[in-house]
Ligand binder design. Structure first.
Ligand SMILES: *Cc1c(COP(=O)(O)O)cnc(C)c1O
Length: 452
């Protein structure tokens, strides 16, 4: 047995195409609908928001899409990301299980988000777009898009959920360092923001509100387009570089995963790791169990309803069929900011509905305990989001200790926690509260979703 803990890839070995799972699925995903007519939308309906290259990727039936050379050049600043075997964590747990993690925290933003920010900025710049608008919660996506826009010489304007804007000044500074302009949301620079502030000047904001603001600004100017950091098909597809690299690296390690776990907010890092492995599973070449883990306080897959809903709070986006807690969901202020979204990616919702993946939820205190154990053994302080997947990986590894099973577990460590230390401080001071989202609130929110 070798003691290797870190598997890398050379530039020559790096994948050169993104994987689109849609043509490989046993049934096609339900189409997005026009918010007014409730008829399926076509590429032209999305043209005010996105450049045609990305729209074509959104509706693509091709199994692979080549990664443009200019995008690969930027990816090479930090890709391929390392795959680690968590030998020290395994030892501390006393488990016969093998735990692998694919570490995305080495990127310029410290998370997986640049994997899609870079191609999105590239295709927009290529189409002559001058500025991208977007929303951000904790600030990971805004950081990634600011960096990506700087690479291709376009502007970036960001609406950051007010609660995070106030709590996380370093993320804002990082967005500004990469050249982005940041507004707290709701803001006084959009009609929707002004309307909300008139009703309540202390509105803490939500991702759904920030999306409405960013979309409002993009829809008004042909030189401005909008970029979304998760949820959409093309975003999930860009993230598959994670899983494609991991397949090559697991082969170097000489193992195939029995269990793949990832945290899900909108679902992009999970899809990025899992979809290439799901392709292998559907083709009968591997048989991993694939499980999404979400916060108990924002359980869109495990407690949400699978139905058509808006992607934003203001009701400006197309209707998409997804597991949703209702578009007017106001999340509990848990610390895994990246996981506080009311819906789940339509593609993941569909695949879950087909029974191809599992889902479970975890309360945040158990997640932080897992994050601390990971930091003390592996030397990386994880972002609060991936600690949800680590909590499950540790639980499974401990179950293997009982059963003696040498299970191979693979997880995405999708970001580091260096700008989330206030959350760790709250945990150390015993100030974190666990919160189970009540079924009754889901039922209540369903009264406000559009009838299709
Ligand atoms: C944004 C983010 C998430 C949640 O988004 P997904 O689309 O579900 O991946 C999770 N972890 C980190 C570190 C993030 O930045």
């Amino acid at each position: 047995m070798s003691d290797t803990v870190r598997y890398t890839l050379s530039d020559e070995e790096m994948p050169t195409a993104w994987y689109n799972i849609v043509p490989d699925l046993p049934a096609p995903p339900p189409p997005p609908l026009h918010p007014g007519t409730h008829e399926p939308i076509g590429p032209d309906d999305l043209a005010p928001l996105f450049p045609m290259d990305l729209i074509m990727q959104e509706v693509s039936q091709d199994q692979y899409v080549d990664i443009p050379g200019e995008v690969l050049d930027v990816y090479r600043l930090w890709r391929a990301t390392p795959l680690h075997r968590a030998r020290r964590l395994e030892k501390a747990l006393g488990t016969p299980a093998k735990i692998y993690y694919k570490y995305e925290g080495v990127s310029p933003a410290g998370s997986h988000k640049p994997n899609t920010a870079v191609p999105q900025a590239y295709y927009n710049a290529k189409a002559g777009v001058k500025k991208l608008t977007t929303e951000t919660g904790a600030g990971q996506w805004g950081t990634a898009l600011s960096f990506a826009c700087a690479q291709f010489g376009i502007e970036c304007e960001i609406w950051q959920v007010r609660a995070s804007y106030d709590q996380k000044p370093y993320r804002r500074a990082m967005m500004e360092a990469f050249g982005g302009t940041v507004h707290p949301s709701p803001s006084d620079v959009t009609n929707y923001g002004r309307q909300l502030l008139a009703e309540n000047p202390d509105n803490p904001g939500s991702l759904g509100i920030a999306i409405t603001e960013a979309v409002e600004v993009a829809a008004q100017d042909p030189n401005i387009r909008y970029a979304l950091g998760s949820v959409l098909n093309h975003v999930l597809m860009h993230q598959t570089v994670i899983g494609e690299e991991a397949i090559l690296q697991m082969a170097k390690a000489g193992d195939t995963p029995d269990l793949i776990v990832g945290c899900t907010g909108g679902g992009s890092n999970f899809a990025g790791l899992a979809f290439p492995f799901l392709r292998e599973k559907l083709a009968g070449r591997m048989n991993p169990i694939i499980r999404a883990v979400e916060p108990a306080s924002c359980p869109s897959l495990t407690k949400g309803v699978y139905t058509y809903d808006f992607g934003d709070t203001g009701g400006m986006t197309p209707l998409v069929k997804m597991h949703t807690l209702g578009h007017d969901f106001i999340p509990d202020p848990i610390h895994a900011g990246g996981l506080r979204y009311h819906g789940m990616a339509p593609l993941i919702s569909h695949i879950y509905d087909l029974g191809l993946i599992e889902a479970s939820s975890k309360p945040q205190s158990e997640c932080f305990a897992a994050g601390v154990q990971f930091a003390r053994t592996e030397g990386i302080v994880p972002a609060p989001e991936p600690t949800h997947a680590l909590a499950v990986a540790i639980e499974e590894a401990l179950a293997c200790k009982e059963s003696g099973e040498e299970k191979v577990i693979l997880t995405a460590l999708c970001g580091h926690g260096m700008l989330d230390m206030a959350a760790y401080t709250a945990y150390f001071e015993g100030q974190l509260e666990d919160y189970d989202y009540p079924e009754a609130k889901v039922a209540e929110a369903m009264a406000n979703i559009p009838q299709v």
